[in-house]
Design a protein around this ligand. Structure first.
Ligand code: FAD
Length: 459
């Protein structure tokens, strides 16, 4: 009997327990189901679809090289897979366990119809497996990190299994029929320059990154330096597992590897929160914030204009605009700038973090439900562990502090001729070019409005 491997965001062969288990039992049918029904409004965004197309193409090639195939089907995953099990006479469906609430629902539903076998493998440790002394899952990052460091031990990874083909293959959709790529306008030109989706490229990126891991602790804060791994979309789609990365840097000493491990632990921490709080991306986890703190772009024209300026990178704050334009052109934004841009939306513009989260969901190639929600709630001060709302980042001094001049000149062509320090704050230096917008709100004014709104919310 053949065995089905159901793929979602685990598009790799090595260190993939579902493939491993299925291959040990018989011929394997690898299947990807494009499911826009189960996630509903959480269907994959446009940038993710671009990535998915190329990642599936890469995986299909890898499978074909060993005489296997990737079967593509479309529809509600639980129904499609139950039908495919009947059609192929498959013994069982094997899959990696996912933490997103809609995937947990689909897993539950499918398990009623077929023999569904779930394995861990998306995170360093299974979400929910680490417990406090009181037996509850962790809510706060630092104790979570300490517990994970204590628990993880030596990390082994599974090799890629040899797959045998079933006697006959079920029919497959054609990837090009899914229309995952943009047509008119084709906004993905910069994506091609920035990225090569697929496992082979992910591993090559990790190897290249090892060479710059030494100064990672400092360099990762500097948007003008290419000092981070840029592995986030590869990790999101599971082209490489975090355990493979952990394994790859085992034995490397120093602060660079240590800080990199801490970032991987943030990813696990986010999944651990969503495991406990499935609606973490849908509502603020501190009281009051969702009832009246925010300016509402649906009913307030000036809030709508501010939101559009933020999305388009036309706020008049160079560091924010550079970040938002990097996002639009490449589907990725530097972490330091994500924090500045997110804080600016939520505090200076007083717009609900869920508006920003939704924009990131559509435009990031690494859009990830747990990580996106956790970071937005962190920046906004609304999360179970987060910054305080009243600690308001000053975008212009952040820009100077993290030496973002070259980054701004790269992404905001209107400012390309301005040198430091003028480029950080052309308005105050009276050198704002005519084609660059004036700040949508002054820093002090924005700060005071946010603090006043917060005070009013607290009553
Ligand atoms: P590196 O510095 O090389 O870090 C290595 C890996 O660690 C990353 O690839 C990522 O998987 C993980 N990581 C690093 N920082 C974080 C973090 N703060 N939280 C969770 N995981 C982290 N990351 C996403 O993967 N998807 C998102 O949708 C996402 N949304 C974000 C929204 C906001 C408002 C902010 C402030 C951050 C968000 N991040 C998100 C986290 C972080 O910005 C990115 O993971 C990081 O910039 C990716 O670049 P890198 O791979 O070069 O990171």
């Amino acid at each position: 009997k053949p065995h089905i491997v159901w793929l979602r965001r685990d598009l790799r062969l090595a260190d993939q327990a579902a493939f491993h288990a299925a291959a040990a039992l018989g011929p394997v049918i690898p299947v990807y189901v494009l499911d826009d029904e189960t996630p509903r409004h959480r269907r994959m965004g446009a940038a993710s679809r671009w990535w998915l197309h190329h990642s599936l193409e890469a995986l299909a090639k890898e499978l074909e090289a060993q005489g296997s195939r990737l079967i593509l089907r479309r529809g509600k995953a639980a129904d499609v897979l139950a039908a495919l099990t009947q059609e192929t006479g498959a013994g069982a469906i094997h899959a990696l366990r996912h933490v997103e609430p809609w995937w947990r629902m689909a897993e539950k539903e499918l398990a009623k119809a077929v023999d569904l076998r779930l394995y861990d493998g998306l995170y360093l440790l299974p979400p929910g497996s680490l417990r406090t002394g009181g037996g509850t899952p962790y809510k706060i990052f630092t104790p979570f990190k300490n517990a994970l460091m204590d628990a993880i031990g030596d990390v082994d990874v599974l090799p890629a299994p040899k797959l045998s083909a079933p006697e006959s293959w079920p029919v497959s959709d054609k990837l090009s029929d899914w229309a995952l790529l943009p047509t008119k306008p084709d906004w993905a030109g910069g994506f091609h320059e920035a990225w090569t989706p697929g496992s082979a490229a992910a591993l090559a990126r990790m190897e290249a990154f090892k060479a710059i891991l030494g100064p990672y602790r400092q360099d990762r804060e500097m948007p003008s330096i290419d000092g981070t791994s840029r592995l986030s979309p590869h990790l999101h789609f599971g082209e490489v597992s975090p355990r493979q990365l952990w394994h790859a840097i085992a034995g490397m000493e120093g602060q660079g590897p240590g800080f990199f491990k801490a970032e991987l632990i943030w990813r696990d921490y986010a999944a651990n929160l969503v495991q406990q709080f499935p609606d973490y991306g849908a509502r603020s986890y501190r009281d009051g914030y969702d009832d009246g703190l925010w300016r509402n772009p649906d009913t307030d024209d000036s809030a709508a204009a501010d939101l559009a300026a933020w999305q388009q990178g036309r706020t008049g704050y160079p560091i924010v605009d550079a970040g938002m334009r990097q996002l639009w052109h490449t589907g990725w934004m530097h972490n330091r700038v994500r924090m500045i841009a997110a804080s600016f939306l939520v505090k200076h513009l007083l717009i609900d973090w869920r508006q920003g989260e939704a924009w990131f969901w559509d435009t990031l190639v690494d859009a990830d439900y747990p990580s996106n929600a956790t970071n937005w709630q962190w920046v906004s001060g609304t999360g179970v562990d987060s910054n305080m709302f009243v600690r308001i980042m000053a975008p212009l001094s952040q820009s100077e502090k993290f030496d973002a001049g070259a980054y701004i000149r790269q992404w905001v062509p209107e400012l390309a001729k301005l040198s430091d320090p003028y480029v950080h704050d052309p308005e105050s230096f009276h050198c704002r070019p005519r084609d660059y917008p004036a700040p949508v709100i002054g820093h002090r004014e924005g700060r005071e409005r946010a603090l006043a709104a917060y005070k009013a919310m607290k009553g």
